[in-house]
Ligand binder design. Structure first.
Ligand SMILES: [Zn+2]
Length: 249
């Protein structure tokens, strides 16, 4: 895409976001790749090294906790060290400016919260807490040492992070909050998600059906590109930074 087109689309997106009463963001792995969180899917994704059926199915942590915790330990340490990028920071700023009602994210890395966003629906759960698989006691991940894996509860049971494993239902409260956000927004900003993972991928269709304007920011076209009003081909951090500079000026 020519630079002129990029600038034009960025200005148009900024104008729409700044003049709307309620915007919502839908984010996926693409926004966090730029913070060095590896994606699960695709090239260099975690699933290339760890078979999700073996490592990430709901039955996996019980079957072989030691093995599953090799992958979880690696993932949680990456999340612990990762820092939000300009795309996460921009969304947090939009919320403070009362221009963003909330974020629906497919990510479990907690980077939106680290950036300062308050209204975040973690569609697939998050890594901030863990629960005992025996007694259900919940722990804050930051209070646990991940040196010795698998981490255990006081009762001796193995802990699991509170994100959604394959074969596990998405919490009803998340679905309800997402539907509410998507069906009430005037603008939905789609960043770094390609529309493969359902049901979160249905949210743009819901927003569109209630009249929202859809803005997509992705390095390549996605399943959403046919229904969005503005497609900006670009990286998340760079594009959001440009949008923000247009909103301020
Ligand atoms: Zn326990």
């Amino acid at each position: 895409m020519a630079n002129d087109d990029f600038e034009k689309l960025v200005r148009e997106a900024a104008r729409i976001i700044a003049s709307s009463q309620s915007s919502v963001a839908l984010t996926g792995a693409g926004i966090s790749v730029e913070s060095d969180i590896p994606p699960f899917r695709g090239k260099h994704g975690l699933w290339e090294r760890y078979d999700p059926e073996e490592y990430a199915h709901i039955t996996s942590p019980r079957k072989d906790p030691g093995k599953v915790w090799q992958m979880l330990g690696e993932l949680l340490l990456i999340c612990r060290d990762a820092q939000p990028n300009e795309a996460h920071n921009s969304l947090a700023r939009l919320e403070k400016m009362n221009l963003l009602d909330g974020i629906i994210t497919q990510n479990i890395d907690g980077l939106h919260q680290k950036a300062g966003s308050n209204e975040v629906v973690e569609f697939h759960g998050g890594n901030s807490t863990m629960s005992c698989m025996e007694c259900g006691t919940q722990y804050h991940t930051k209070e646990l040492s991940l040196e010795i894996i698998p981490p255990r509860c006081e009762c001796g049971g193995v802990l699991r992070p509170d994100f959604v494993f394959f074969g596990e239902a998405i919490p009803h409260s998340c679905i309800e909050r997402s539907i509410k956000l998507a069906s009430n927004c005037e603008v939905m900003i789609i960043i770094g998600t390609t529309g493969i993972v359902v049901p979160s991928a249905q949210m743009p269709y819901l927003a569109k059906s209630t009249g929202a304007v859809l803005i997509e920011i992705n390095p390549e076209k996605s399943a959403f590109s046919d229904i969005v009003d503005i497609f900006i081909q670009g990286k998340a951090a760079e594009t959001m930074k440009s949008i923000m500079s247009n909103i301020k000026s």
